[in-house]
Design a protein around this ligand. Structure first.
Ligand SMILES: NC(=O)c1ccc[n+]([C@@H]2O[C@H](COP(=O)([O-])OP(=O)(O)OC[C@H]3O[C@@H](n4cnc5c(N)ncnc54)[C@H](O)[C@@H]3O)[C@@H](O)[C@H]2O)c1
Length: 256
């Protein structure tokens, strides 16, 4: 068995997929477990987290599920209490949860702005606040926050773009504050990956246009994002903190 994360215990938030198939939140815990981590799969819908655990167990990995809404501080505290009760330690917090808003500047309502900021940014603050004391106890660890290329390039979906840029700011701020505790904090910015999150209502034509948009003209998947998370979670990244790892087939460096 591969063992890049052997001995480590990880929490993954949003560790399911909203539809059939494998999204970012499902691929990361599956790959963590393949690399010998023990994983707590957290989702607001228990059955989605259970599905990921079943996938992991089918590959003889170790995982368990927990229902929680990570926009609530009490739930985040319970997530961290549970990981300690079940596995005795915490090494990796993978903040995958995020929702999209498709509204432009003038369409965005106050209510939508608040909802996207709560789910995409506040959730990462709350899980981190709950996890940091336990990561300190473990002598260090890794926090990985899922951002998006929407946070670093002009993007018409205003609240989503602002939230994902906020994730990067939060990541850098936390990285500076936690480095002395050997807690590394990094972000991943996926490009146009094809996952259940975006598949709903997408025409075959748009899917093909997304595929061709990046210089590497091959469709990105949740697995591509998951492998980036494995690297950042592992000791291979021991000297890497406060960075944004862009996983987009070259989309963001393209002039085309
Ligand atoms: N798919 C893409 O093209 C793309 C591109 C860039 C970034 N991303 C980012 O990837 C992340 C998610 O990707 P995914 O494929 O896992 O999406 P997904 O929509 O399938 O979400 C995964 C899970 O998150 C759970 N969830 C949502 N809100 C929650 C909450 N408050 N508490 C607990 N669980 C909650 C959902 O129930 C779902 O099972 C997001 O941060 C998203 O912004 C995706």
């Amino acid at each position: 068995m591969p063992d890049r994360l052997k001995g480590k215990v990880a929490i993954v938030t949003g560790a399911g997929s909203r539809g059939p198939g494998v999204g970012n939140g499902k691929a990361a815990p599956a790959l963590f477990a393949r690399e010998a981590a023990r994983v707590l799969c957290v989702d607001q819908f228990l059955e989605r987290a259970e599905e990921t655990c079943a996938l992991i167990r089918a590959e003889k990995g170790e995982a368990s599920s927990l229902q929680a809404d990570v926009t609530r501080a009490a739930d985040c505290e319970r997530v961290v209490r549970t990981v300690i009760e079940r596995y005795g330690r915490l090494d990796v917090l993978h903040n995958n949860v995020g929702i999209e808003s498709r509204k432009t500047l003038m369409e965005t309502t106050e209510e939508e702005w608040d909802r996207v900021m709560a789910v995409d940014v506040k959730s990462m603050l709350l899980t981190s606040q709950a996890a940091v004391p336990r990561l300190r106890e473990a002598g260090g660890g890794a926090i990985i926050n899922v951002s998006s290329v929407a946070g670093i390039r002009a993007h018409g979906r205003t609240a989503y773009a602002a939230a994902k840029a906020g994730v990067i700011g939060l990541t850098i701020s936390m990285a500076g504050q936690l480095a002395q505790d050997r807690i590394r904090v990094n972000a991943i910015a996926p490009g146009f990956v094809y996952t259940p999150m975006v598949a709903e209502g997408m025409s075959a034509e748009l899917r093909e246009r997304r595929r061709l948009a990046a210089p590497i003209q091959d469709e990105g998947t949740g697995w591509d994002v998951g492998w980036a998370a494995v690297y950042l979670a592992s000791d291979e990244a021991r000297w890497v903190t406060g960075q944004v790892l862009v996983v987009d087939g070259g989309l963001s460096i393209s002039t085309g």
